[in-house]
Write a protein that binds this ligand. Structure first.
Ligand code: HEM
Length: 502
């Protein structure tokens, strides 16, 4: 009997709340597909594997709107489709658009609440951002460039060593090695590095938890209190299993760093710089640990996916590959390895990186922001508590800024051989908006720059003879190319010799 009453309460109370909110907010909302009472648009919202950004953009076109409103069980979801609207709302009104929604699965059940990318816009988040800014803003990050160059050379050796058989694994290794060394001063092993493996185990959980629509508990928070044994409470069991991985990802590399501090064997790295600047009291140590662990979470998959996308583009557009190489050789000559001294002197490479970020943005839908107060845009009422997502794919395929948007064409960013300031820089959308803008964007750009130039100079990238390669991307929070076969070789043995002699 008591059981039945609890179940009735669990079902009825949320439905009532949802119904009231739905009725109250149905007026003056931005346009969007009509929903059903109580359920809203739950049945219309595309699943994560259905390329939701394409459907959202199609709806915006159908309703002739810059912002779209959907409703899922009473929760308003605002999808922003244009650069103008994104700048107006998330940049100019950032003081009310900088919260994150409550991510129950990720932060509360799986134990990733230490990740400041999913924290609310509060004091802990502010300190973590301040710490990241100190080491990752454009100027201070330059001190880490030698680390990036070292691992870019290593990437070339690895890609050549198996002729392109394990491209995604080599890219992941390069990025993991960069982040572990920059963040903790850890020099990872060439294969099966325990620090990378711990971090990757955590990433798997994050990918699943952060994908909208996977867990009902995000829409009906009351389910969070279901006991682990309750039928259908599989999410509770998953959360419990992930907790341990979340804790390992947070603790293990930081403890290794502290051990090296104690024995005086620590190289310059982010963790050391934070200790020197912010001190080592308990509160600071807690936040420094959270900040450093968040770097792998934000940076590993994203840079690797962008580099993977670059390699795919080079296979599909061999003329661009040739042109890029010849532009690099105009500056470097032949048989010299690129260094950061060449940075900024090859406009075609900057254009190529911009086009890589634009062509298939690897984060097609921005991380959700949460609206802190009621707001009005173009006469539409945006309700406090709404979830706000920018459709970065739509902005980066807007023909107003990028004619023929589906073609990979770095030339669109150049005029008279230099970067054209009148073309919208894709970095302004690809890295998000407002106070939540990606703090790793300079590291991302530097990593891509040195790795791309090294790959172009030293290697020939070609399609594998027996199979076709398509423009096939995964539909998930980070959208990277589906695995493809390719053939990668040194352009001349001289490059192999140069790299092996380092
Ligand atoms: C090509 C590579 C990358 C892309 C496309 C990318 C994209 C993004 C996007 C779209 C956001 C969400 C911004 C928003 O909420 O509006 C974000 C947030 C974030 N990124 Fe990146 N990112 C990249 C690389 C990196 C790197 C290298 C790091 C660190 C090493 C990093 C760390 C973060 C963090 C910590 C956040 C959360 C910021 C916050 O919520 O305050 N990202 N990134």
């Amino acid at each position: 009997m008591a059981h039945a009453a609890v179940i009735a309460l669990l079902l009825v109370v949320p439905l009532f709340v949802v119904y009231r909110r739905f009725v109250r907010s149905a007026h003056l909302r931005p346009p969007g597909p009509p929903g059903l009472p109580l359920l809203g648009n739950v049945r219309d919202i595309p699943a994560p594997h259905q390329f939701p950004w394409l459907k959202y953009h199609a709806w915006c076109q159908e309703y002739n709107t810059e912002i779209l409103c959907l409703n899922a069980l009473g929760m308003n979801i605002i999808v922003v489709d244009t650069m103008d609207a994104a700048k107006e709302l998330l940049d100019k009104r950032s003081s009310i658009y900088s919260d994150r929604p409550r991510m129950i699965m990720l932060n509360e059940l799986a134990g990733f609440g230490w990740n400041f990318g999913s924290m609310d816009y509060g004091e802990d988040w502010r300190v973590c951002r301040k710490m990241t800014h100190q080491e990752f803003h454009a100027t201070s990050f330059k001190k880490y460039r030698p680390v990036l160059a070292k691992h870019a050379y290593d990437l070339v050796r690895r890609l050549a060593s198996d002729c392109g058989a394990r491209v995604p694994a080599h890219l992941k290794h390069m990025v993991g090695a960069n982040i572990m060394e920059v963040t903790y001063g850890i020099n990872v092993l060439p294969e099966h590095d325990p620090f990378i493996e711990f971090a990757e185990a955590g990433q798997e959980c994050v990918g699943r938890c952060a994908t909208a629509g996977v867990y009902l508990v995000e829409l009906l928070p009351i389910l969070r209190y279901l006991p682990v044994w309750f039928p259908g409470a599989k999410f509770q069991r998953e959360g419990k299993a992930w907790h341990e991985k979340a804790t390992r990802q947070l603790q293990v590399p930081y403890e290794d760093f502290l051990q090296r501090v104690n024995t005086g064997q620590v190289d310059d790295c982010m963790a050391k710089a934070l200790l020197d600047t912010f001190g080592d009291d308990k509160k600071t140590e807690r936040l420094a640990k959270m900040t450093t662990a968040t770097m792998y979470m934000g940076g590993s998959e994203t840079i690797a996916a962008s580099m993977h996308s670059f390699i795919l583009a080079m296979l599909l557009y061999p003329a661009v590959q040739e042109r890029a190489r010849s532009e690099v050789e105009k500056v470097l000559g032949v048989h010299r390895l690129p260094t950061f001294d060449d940075f900024g002197s090859i406009p075609y490479i900057d254009a190529l990186i911009k086009e890589t970020l634009r062509w298939h943005p690897i984060v097609p839908l921005d991380l959700p922001h949460k609206l802190r107060e009621d707001d009005v845009y173009n006469g539409c009422h945006l309700e406090k508590g709404s979830l706000v997502m920018v459709n970065q794919w739509a902005i980066l395929h807007d023909e107003k800024h990028y004619p023929d948007p589906h073609t990979f064409n770095p030339d669109r960013f150049l005029k008279g051989g230099v970067l054209d300031p009148d073309v919208l820089d894709p970095a302004e959308a690809a890295f998000g908006f407002g106070r939540r803008v990606c703090p790793g964007r300079y590291m991302a750009y530097d990593t891509m720059w040195i790795a791309i130039v090294c790959v172009l100079v030293c290697l020939e990238l070609g399609k594998a003879k027996e199979v076709g390669v398509g423009e096939d991307f995964v539909s998930s929070f980070v959208s990277e190319p589906k695995p493809f076969l390719c053939e990668i070789r040194y352009r001349s043995e001289a490059y192999g010799a140069l790299l092996h002699g380092l």
